[in-house]
Design a protein around this ligand. Structure first.
Ligand code: C5P
Length: 306
């Protein structure tokens, strides 16, 4: 059967820990991170078009306006890479329904790229296989391979070398979201500036964090969240401290800058506690938007094909 249209659903991620090592000669930082995929999704629909037509990207949803619609769009580039792998010169239309905020430290652009990779591969017969998709994903961005597999995984290298991790239980997150995003390279640069003259050791993962995940105890997880990029994100956005203060005031189990920020991920005890924190955060006015999301969830998957 020839498919005409395929939709992939892809989750956002948060980093439960992000240990940033020295700057490498290629301009990336060596890191060790523990990713968790959370239940906040973008849907990416890919349709093939005749080759004499123009390929297009359209984006809908709350965060649509800040997404580029030209060839710099990561999902567009992902679809192109899959076509090249199949030596297929068709044109395509990509339609993204965005629920993941943009430039938020939640890997929304990476999620869209992973969705386009999976949807385009499925449209063309699903012959690429996990390894080849992973290789294409790693070329597109450090967080794209994780978006394909989801759940919880260790990321090494620049984040693209993924090892699934064991965990137990479900975690209730509240996300404090700012309308004004932070640029990932700018946050890394600020981090380098803040650490200038300091000896930067190799990145590492905390044993206590891994134990917390295995135990499934949210209290333990909350105590062991960490992010080496937090000082840089807070330096560029001092107002984020107010979000962390509210999390502490409402007895959150932990609160952390997600990735390069500015989203703050707050860990609640349970669903009711997450509602309390979400209401307090909304009422405080220190963030533009508040979302609640459970984690972990699976990575990119096909939800519709016709
Ligand atoms: O891989 P990605 O395109 O998401 O990276 C965006 C930018 O973030 C890089 O160009 C680099 O400035 C910074 N980065 C880094 N070290 C990493 C990942 C990203 O310095 N491990």
């Amino acid at each position: 059967m020839t498919l005409a249209r395929v939709t992939a659903r892809v989750p956002a991620k948060i980093n439960l820990s992000l240990s940033v090592g020295p700057l490498r000669p290629d301009g990336f930082h060596e890191l060790v991170t523990l990713y968790q995929a959370i239940a906040l999704f973008d849907d990416v629909t890919v349709t093939l078009k005749p080759k004499d037509e123009r390929s297009t990207v359209e984006v809908s949803g709350e965060y649509a306006s800040s997404v580029p619609l030209d060839e710099s769009n990561l999902a567009y580039r992902a679809a192109m890479r899959v076509l090249e792998a199949y030596e297929n010169d068709s044109a395509f239309a990509i339609s993204i329904r965005k629920s993941i905020p943009v430039a938020a430290g939640l890997a929304g652009g990476s999620a869209d790229a992973a969705g386009a990779l999976l949807a385009m591969d499925t449209l063309l017969g699903g012959q690429l296989g996990k390894n080849e998709l992973h290789l294409l994903a790693a070329e597109l961005g450090s967080d794209v391979p994780f978006a394909l597999i989801g759940n919880i995984a260790l990321g090494r290298g620049r984040g693209e070398e993924i090892t699934p991790a064991l965990s137990r239980g479900e975690f209730h997150w509240v996300l404090g979201i700012s309308n004004q995003g932070l640029s990932t390279p700018a946050v890394y640069k600020e981090s380098d500036r803040l650490r200038e003259g300091m000896i930067v050791s190799s990145p590492r993962i905390s044993e206590k964090l891994m134990h917390a995940l295995l135990s499934g105890e949210p209290e333990e997880l909350g105590k062991n969240l960490s992010n080496d990029l937090a000082p840089a994100a807070l330096s560029l956005r001092p107002g984020l401290r107010l979000v962390l203060d509210i999390a502490a005031e409402y007895a959150a189990l932990g609160a952390i800058v997600s990735g390069s920020g500015p989203t703050i991920a707050i860990l609640a005890r349970d669903e009711e506690h997450s509602l309390d924190i979400a209401v307090a955060l909304t009422a405080s006015g220190v963030v533009n938007n508040v979302a609640r999301a459970l984690g972990p969830v699976a990575g990119a998957r096909i939800i519709e094909s016709k």
